[in-house]
Ligand binder design. Structure first.
Ligand code: NI
Length: 187
C-alpha cells in the first residue's frame, strides 16, 4: 500500500482526457487500494486517477459524499469508465474544494441531481445517483477524467482569486506551514 502524490494545479496531467480502462487486472486493484489510502491521508471524499498521474477513467467517491447518512467506515465507491446519463436542469451554487487545489474553496454552479453509469472492478455495470453534494462530487470527479478542473467553471475574477489563493497555499505548504483548512470536503 502506498500514499500517492496528488498533483497540484497547474500540473499538465490534470488537463488529460483519460483513457478508458480496458485491463481489469491486479494492477488496477492495487491502484484502487493506493488511491483509497491517499484519500485517507489527504482527507478527501473523492479522487480521480488523473489526480495521481494515472491515465485511466477511474474515480473513487466516499459514500458519505453521496449520502450524508452513510456509514463513515463503508468502502469507497469504485467508478470506472463513467458516463453521465442524466443531469437535472435545475442548478445550484455550492462550495467546492479539490485535493489538487489545496485549501482553495470556491462556489461552483452545478446540476442538483445526476445519474451516472459505470462499471465496477469486476466489470459489472451499475448506475449511481447523486443529489446535492453527491451530484457535485460525481460531476467534479468526472470533470477530472475529462481534463476539466473546478476553476474552469468560474468567472474570470473568481478564477483569479482562487488561483492567487492556491499560489499562497502552495508556498505555505513548501514552507511547511499548516495549510488553511475549511469546512467543506475536498474532492
Ligand atoms: Ni478535484
Amino acid at each position: 500500500m502506498a500514499v500517492l502524490e496528488v498533483l497540484s494545479y497547474p500540473n499538465p496531467f490534470l488537463r488529460k482526457h483519460a483513457e478508458q480502462v480496458i485491463h481489469f487486472d491486479d494492477a488496477l486493484r492495487q491502484l484502487v487500494v493506493d488511491m483509497t489510502e491517499t484519500m485517507v491521508a489527504e482527507d478527501g471524499v473523492g479522487l480521480a486517477a488523473t489526480q495521481v498521474g494515472r491515465d485511466l477513467q477511474l474515480l473513487l467517491v466516499h459514500p458519505t459524499a453521496l449520502d450524508r447518512d452513510s456509514d463513515p467506515d463503508a468502502p469507497n465507491v469504485v467508478v470506472i469508465n463513467p458516463q453521465c446519463i442524466w443531469q437535472s436542469e435545475e442548478v445550484a451554487l455550492g462550495e467546492e474544494g479539490c485535493l489538487s487545489f489545496p485549501g482553495v474553496f470556491t462556489q461552483v454552479r452545478r446540476p442538483v441531481a445526476v445519474r451516472v453509469s459505470a462499471v465496477d472492478l469486476d466489470q459489472r455495470p451499475f448506475e449511481l445517483e447523486g443529489r446535492g453534494f453527491g451530484a457535485r462530487a460525481l460531476l467534479h470527479e468526472i470533470d477530472h477524467l475529462r481534463g476539466v478542473v473546478m476553476v474552469d467553471h468560474l468567472s474570470y475574477l473568481a478564477r483569479q482569486r482562487a488561483l492567487k489563493k492556491l499560489e499562497r497555499n502552495l508556498a505555505d505548504k513548501k514552507a511547511s506551514k499548516p495549510g488553511r483548512r475549511d469546512k467543506a470536503a475536498a474532492v
